[in-house]
Design a protein around this ligand. Structure first.
Ligand code: GRG
Length: 294
C-alpha cells in the first residue's frame, strides 16, 4: 500500500477511536470538552499512534482491539502541544493553521484541557473495558512505558531543559538530551508499546527501540529544519521562532544537520532489517519522517 494512503486511513481510524473515548466525557463541563476536542481533532498527523499500530502490525498482530491504548499517545501529545503553546512557555498563537487552544478558550481552560487529556489518558489505559483484551503483565508494562516517556524522565524533563537553555549557549550534550526527551521519548515509547503488544521478543524489542530512538531524534531534527526553512502556510505555525533555542542547526549548521537526519533514517531502517518484508511500512514511515514538510 502507498504510505500516504496508509497514513490517511490510519488517521481516520484513530480519530474514530478518539471520538469513542470522548463519548465518556458525559458530565464534563462543555467548555472543557470543547477545548479538548478542539485540539484532538484539529488535523494533527497522529504519527505516534500510527507508529504503535504499524509496529504492532509488523509483528503480525491485528491492533484493532488496542486502538484506545494507542490513542492515549495522541491524548498525551495533544496535552503537551496545548501547554507548549501557552503564553508562559512558547506563547504561540497558531498551530496546525488554526488559533491555538488558549487563543480560543483562554489560558485557564487551555491549561485544564491539557491536564484533563493527560489524566484521561491514564484512565483509558487502566479502564477494564480495554485491559481485559491483553494480559495484566503487558497492561502494566505498557502503562509504565507511557508514564515514563511522558514524565520527568521523559517529555517533561526534556521540555524543562529546553526552557532552561533558551537563549543560553548550551552544548551538543544538552541538545541531545532535549531532543531525545522532549520529542524522542514519546515516539520511542509508541514503537515500544506497539512492539510489546505485538509480542516482540527481547532482541526484537531492542532493535525496535533503536528504530524508535532514531526516528524520534530524526523527527525533532526535521522540526528544527522546518523551523529554519519551512513554509509557514504548510507547517501551519509561526516559524523561525527557535533561533535562541538549542537546535541541531545552531550546534552543527544546516548541512551537517541534514546529513545527520539522513544518517538517522538509514540507521533506523537498518535496525528493523530483521522484520524483512513485514518492516516495509515502518521503513516508509522512517523515510517520511526524514522528508516531511509539516
Ligand atoms: C506541564 C506546563 C507543562 C508543559 C508541558 C511537556 C510539554 C509541555 C511540552 C512537550 C514539548 C513538545 C511540544 C514536544 C513536541 C515537539 C514536536 C515535534 C511537536 C510536533 O509534533 P507533530 O508534528 O504535531 O507530530 P501534529 O500537529 O502532527 O500533531
Amino acid at each position: 500500500m502507498v504510505l500516504s494512503t496508509y497514513l490517511h486511513d490510519k488517521k481516520i481510524i484513530i480519530e474514530n477511536a478518539l471520538k469513542d473515548i470522548c463519548t465518556s466525557f458525559i458530565s464534563t463541563p462543555g467548555v472543557l470538552r470543547d477545548a479538548m476536542e478542539y485540539m484532538l481533532f484539529s488535523n494533527g498527523k497522529k504519527i505516534r499512534p500510527i507508529l504503535a499500530i504499524a509496529t504492532c502490525e509488523s509483528k503480525g498482530r491485528n491492533p484493532d482491539d488496542l486502538l484506545p491504548w494507542f490513542c492515549t499517545l495522541e491524548m498525551i501529545h495533544t496535552y503537551s502541544l496545548i501547554h507548549d503553546d501557552l503564553p508562559s512557555i512558547d506563547n504561540d498563537d497558531l498551530r496546525r493553521g488554526k488559533p491555538t487552544c488558549h487563543k480560543v478558550f483562554g489560558d485557564s481552560i487551555a491549561l485544564m484541557a491539557g491536564d484533563a487529556l493527560l489524566t484521561e489518558a491514564f484512565r483509558v489505559l487502566s479502564d477494564v473495558r480495554y485491559t481485559d483484551r491483553i494480559s495484566p503483565k503487558i497492561t502494566k508494562q505498557i502503562i509504565f512505558e507511557i508514564a515514563q516517556a511522558a514524565g520527568a524522565e521523559g517529555m517533561v524533563g526534556g521540555q524543562v531543559m529546553d526552557i532552561l537553555y533558551d537563549g543560553k549557549e548550551g552544548s551538543k550534550n544538552i541538545l541531545n538530551y532535549i531532543h531525545l526527551h522532549k520529542t524522542g521519548a514519546l515516539m520511542r515509547s509508541a514503537v515500544r508499546i506497539g512492539a510489546i503488544a505485538g509480542g516482540a521478543k527481547a532482541r526484537e524489542l531492542k532493535n525496535l527501540t533503536k528504530y524508535g530512538e532514531c526516528i524520534g531524534l530524526a523527527f525533532q531534527i526535521m522540526d528544527d529544519i522546518l523551523d529554519a526553512e519551512g513554509d509557514e502556510e504548510i507547517v501551519g505555525k509561526r516559524l523561525k521562532k527557535d533561533t535562541n533555542k538549542q537546535t541541531y542547526i545552531k550546534h552543527y549548521g544546516i548541512l551537517a544537520t541534514k546529513y545527520k537526519l539522513e544518517q538517522l533514517v538509514d540507521e533506523s531502517i537498518k535496525s528493523i532489517a530483521f522484520l524483512g518484508d513485514n518492516g516495509q511500512t515502518l521503513k516508509e514511515i522512517a523515510q517520511f519522517i526524514g522528508s516531511r514538510v509539516s
